[in-house]
Design a protein around this ligand. Structure first.
Ligand code: GAR
Length: 199
């Protein structure tokens, strides 16, 4: 049974999808800790309602690595094996990434390497792509960049707005994130360069 740590900043719907899959017994893992960097994040409230150990470590005004050291200290105290970023809107320091090599996952609402960053769905619409989607990847030092575990494509429709496209992508985020975490927890992945191979 792996111990999972969740990092979030907001709504927390991906956290809830991961939680549902673990509670249902689909993934051999449990949530050991939920950390929010925002005191008012709805995701933090959801975590408390589900009786997880949930804490806020506010990030405002704190230097990146100093902040990450606080987070990792809590993750280590909770014996976390795998960290899942679930709408955590901060770049991790190199130091943090080195503490959990190939043990930090992120979900992003585009087909990476297209549209990294904060406004992926808006940028996809503005660019005029006909297909977008979502990506689960291992986290490395660069933003939305590490080796890709799973992706799912969705069509971009002529009458899409940022909201409708985001909602269509989000449904699939909630499917591929638990699938990817399951692969990692079952130790069914190996990484060769940028390629993640599954068995
Ligand atoms: C999700 O769409 C996630 O892919 C995105 O933030 C949203 C969080 O929603 N993450 C990124 O853009 C990371 N660069 P949630 O809080 O409901 O899971």
């Amino acid at each position: 049974m792996k111990q999972v740590g969740i990092l979030l900043s907001g709504r927390g719907s991906n956290f809830l999808a991961l939680s549902d899959a673990m509670e249902a017994g689909d993934i051999p893992a449990r949530i050991a800790l939920v950390v929010s960097n925002k005191p008012n994040a709805p995701g933090l409230k959801h975590a408390e309602e589900r009786n997880y150990k949930a804490i806020c470590i506010p990030s405002a005004g704190i230097e990146r690595e100093a902040y990450d050291r606080q987070v990792v200290k809590e993750m280590q105290a909770a014996q976390v094996d795998i960290v899942c970023l679930a709408g955590f809107m901060r770049l991790l320091s190199t130091w943090f990434v080195q503490q959990y090599p190939l043990r930090i996952l992120n979900i992003h609402p585009s087909l990476l390497p297209a549209f990294p960053g904060l406004h992926a769905q808006r940028e996809a619409l503005e660019w005029g792509v006909k297909v977008s989607g979502c990506t689960v990847h291992f986290v490395d030092q660069e933003l939305d960049h590490g080796p890709i575990l799973l992706q799912h494509a969705v069509p971009v429709l002529d009458d899409d707005t940022e909201e409708t496209l985001s909602a269509r992508i989000l449904q699939h985020e909630h499917q591929i994130y638990p699938e990817a975490l399951k692969l990692v927890c079952e130790e069914r992945v190996r990484v060769e360069g940028r390629r993640v191979l599954t068995s």
